[in-house]
Ligand binder design. Structure first.
Ligand code: 3PY
Ligand code: MG
Length: 254
């Protein structure tokens, strides 16, 4: 799973991720059996804790798909735990400086690139590799993805992109819209956000790194894919649930 995901990322996608905040791993497994390329488990804003993420990764893998985990803000140690559990990549929110990016990458990569400690309890079986081969290949097979969603992050963008252990940046359009409007707006599809997205795409291209993003509605994800964003997240699980419920109720006049 990891090797296939890494090569699909390297070929530029576009890939589409489900976005799951439910603590019940079976929800992630249900979405993994739809045509998503990858399933993201959200520990920052979702109800997913370490235990639920570990189970979710296994169930998503059982459906033949890679799982990505978004860790809580600043909890970089959770990165290694999620990679040990078999996550194909980890997304760190609110990475606002090169120092943040280095601290994150240290937990994501084995030496000499970082300081990840040995113990890939579930990742080893999921990777299908012998321990020595896992050690040799893990830094390339698993991703460290830093979120760009503040003014500070935009200001430090080139420095964050230059951190060797950072594989890609991930745009958070909601927080960006709040930041760019001085807290006045939640407009993730605003012109200011689109301009910031184009800027991040251009700088990332110059640095030879990929851009992932949270899209929300599928139309936005399709537009992101056309722009060259490699992984676009659609959803979330609660949005799908509410939309399905509202459509069903509308059909009976409610
Ligand atoms: C944002 O848009 O701010 C995000 O973090 C997406 O989940
Ligand atoms: Mg955010």
């Amino acid at each position: 799973i990891h090797g296939d995901f890494a090569s699909r990322l390297a070929s530029g996608g576009p890939l589409f991720s489900a976005w799951v905040g439910s603590r019940e791993p079976a929800v992630a497994a249900v979405l993994a059996r739809e045509a998503f390329d990858v399933v993201t488990l959200d520990m920052q804003h979702g109800a997913v804790d370490i235990d639920a993420a570990i189970r979710g990764i296994q169930l998503v893998a059982g459906a033949g798909k890679p799982a990505v985990v978004r860790i809580p803000v600043g909890d970089f140690e959770a990165t290694s735990r999620m990679l040990d559990a078999g996550a194909a990549a980890v997304i760190a929110p609110m990475v606002n400086s090169a120092a943040d990016a280095r601290a994150f990458a240290a937990f994501a990569k084995f030496p000499p690139l970082g300081e990840r400690s040995w113990g890939p309890h579930a990742a080893l079986a999921l990777s299908g590799l012998a321990p020595k081969d896992y050690l040799a290949r893990a830094n390339g097979l698993t991703g460290a993805v830093a979120m760009i969603e503040t003014r500070a992050a935009l200001d430090a963008l080139d420095d964050i992109l230059a951190v060797e252990g950072i594989d890609a940046v991930f745009i958070g359009p909601s927080d960006l819209s709040i930041a760019l409007s001085g807290g006045r707006e939640l407009e993730p599809e605003s012109a200011a956000v689109d301009e910031a997205i184009d800027h991040v795409l251009a700088r990332a291209k110059a640095a030879g790194k990929a851009v992932w993003a949270y899209a929300g509605p599928p139309e936005r994800a399709a537009a992101f894919a056309r722009k060259g964003i490699v992984v676009s997240a659609i959803g979330s699980d609660t949005v799908f649930l509410r939309q399905g419920a509202q459509a069903a109720l509308a059909a009976v006049g409610r």
